[in-house]
Design a protein around this ligand. Sequence first.
Ligand code: NAD
Ligand code: DAU
Length: 339
Amino acid sequence: MTTILVTGGAGFIGSNFIHLLVKDRPDARIVNLDALTYAGNLENLKEVEGQANYTFVQGDVASPEDVARAFDAAGESGVNHVVHFAAESHVDRSIQGGLPFVTANVLGTQVVLDEARKRGVERFLHVSTDEVYGSLGPTGFFTEETPLDPSSPYSASKAGSDMLVQAAFKTHGFPTLITRCSNNYGPYQFPEKLIPLMIANAREDKPLPVYGDGMQIRDWLYVQDHCEAILTVLEKGAPGEVYNIGGHNEYPNIEIVKGILGHLEKSEDLIEYVTDRPGHDRRYAIDASKIERELGWKPRYTFEQALPRTLEWYLSQDEWLQRVRSGAYRDYYQLQYGT
Ligand code: NAD
Ligand code: DAU
């Protein structure tokens, strides 16, 4: 039986990944280590809670004691694989203050790496981002060979963590894998990020803040496709390698915002152009041919298919959204675990 330690499993992508494991790898045992920062929401995992093969450990990846406790929770047979999602993830928050990003993303990654190596983990997958490559002009794509050139404290901290992971491979021969994915969207995304924020504001007839001219381009991937790619790399990737993940779905922000308003039958008068994000990357676009060619992964969904699904999910999950927006979701851990 394989035991997988997932860090950051109460967040957006981590919780989607745990749902995927439960469905597609029912024999795996899962330990979820999450600090439950503002971005961690155990309500994302309600259906998984109580299952015999799932254990939740509240703890900080930057604390060696907490990380050791999570490994101990796996019991005597230990942890086979680590999938490391835990991170501070929002660019705007990193502009307000970079320190929590360095602590969680840089220090936290080293702590998890050290403990994983000590415990003889067989495969360590570090979930990184295309933002480490910086910004593109109107043409071209990021490949795995594109030099790292981060723009924000967030992406700089992720680039730092990537280098520590690569150092563990080069120095210690520790079997690491790195994935770098483009912008995700789908269920359980915290409504500070573009798509869920715009859906939530539009529903309440609140202004939709578009940074600068709204012509920045992101390359969107449905979260389920990202999670399937991560599982593919975890099981089939070559140690020491980096794999880009993306689906060729480039759209300017303003088009997405207008699309959401159209779907919800709301007026474009809700759009409010606001001061641009400092250091705002203009364009991201991923060349994912390596993972397609070498590991046989391909995205299942186009943006045209999965954006409506995503909108429908948020519309059908009004309670989830309201509890996140009001902060009520933060009481759930205490009610559930009684601490
Ligand atoms: P998120 O902010 O929704 O979730 C992060 C999770 O990590 C939360 O549950 C939070 O409680 C936890 N966490 C934060 N600091 C922690 C700490 N010190 N110790 C333990 N847990 C901690 O983020 P997300 O969007 O799900 O992103 C997950 C990972 O994927 C991140 O590493 C991010 O860089 C990467 N990524 C995200 C995207 C995207 O579009 N969202 C794209 C590519 C890569
Ligand atoms: O590319 C992968 C990255 O995608 C991940 O590494 C990050 O964790 C994730 O947060 C995301 O980063 P972005 O900065 O691209 O995502 P965000 O949703 O914050 O913004 C998307 C675009 O929309 C960006 O160009 C900024 C713009 N934007 C965002 C918000 C929140 C607005 O115009 N208005 C807004 O209110």
